[in-house]
Design a protein around this ligand. Sequence first.
Ligand code: 13P
Length: 228
Amino acid sequence: MGIEYTVAIAEAAARKSGLPIALHLDHGSSFEVAMQCIRAGFSSVMFDGSHYSLEENIRLTKEVVRAAHAMGVSVEGELGTIGGVEDDISVDEEHAALAKPEEAIRFYEETGVDALAIAVGTAHGMYKGEPKIHYDIIQKVADAIPVPIVLHGGSGVPDEAIRQSIQAGVGKINVNTENQVACTNAIREVLSGDSKVYDPRKYLAPARNAMIEVVREKIRLFGSSNQA
Ligand code: 13P
């Protein structure tokens, strides 16, 4: 999208909504990318050092936290590797590794992150079967640290599993793919129903409405209505 456009759109939407909305960088890959986003106006960044060793992940995340906090920006870290495909980055099930609670607690204590994503069995993208979520890992970490546990790979997780994850201590849930699916299905429906359509507004408006519906349902499911 380009950083400037992203910030301008998010700022306009946040202002118009009157809600305390964060503009958050997901899976930032380096210190440099995180700093570029902060400089452009992001209010929150994720530094995903999960593919490094624990020691290196701690060291790099600490650097981002130090710089981000100096500028009043919050930081999400990640421990364990979350499987699936997102933005062409693919982690196969074999290399997806669950987070170890004691490492997650140490990671929080040493880095001072404001939110912590831990791999607990979900994956990016849609599931072939049902994900097996390790609620015990969520519970152990949530009981020991005061910041929100983040559940990535929220698309396609059954409602009951989402409720149980929240019960165990999840405080932030990422959903991307379900919005993409709703958007594309709406566009496909318009285009396949009328081959003469050429005005993008004719299919982008239904696409936007379809995504609004997904987001509305998630807000209700997560118990987030009127919580901003
Ligand atoms: P989904 O692909 O399941 O929507 O996950 C999105 C996500 O976790 C973004 O970081």
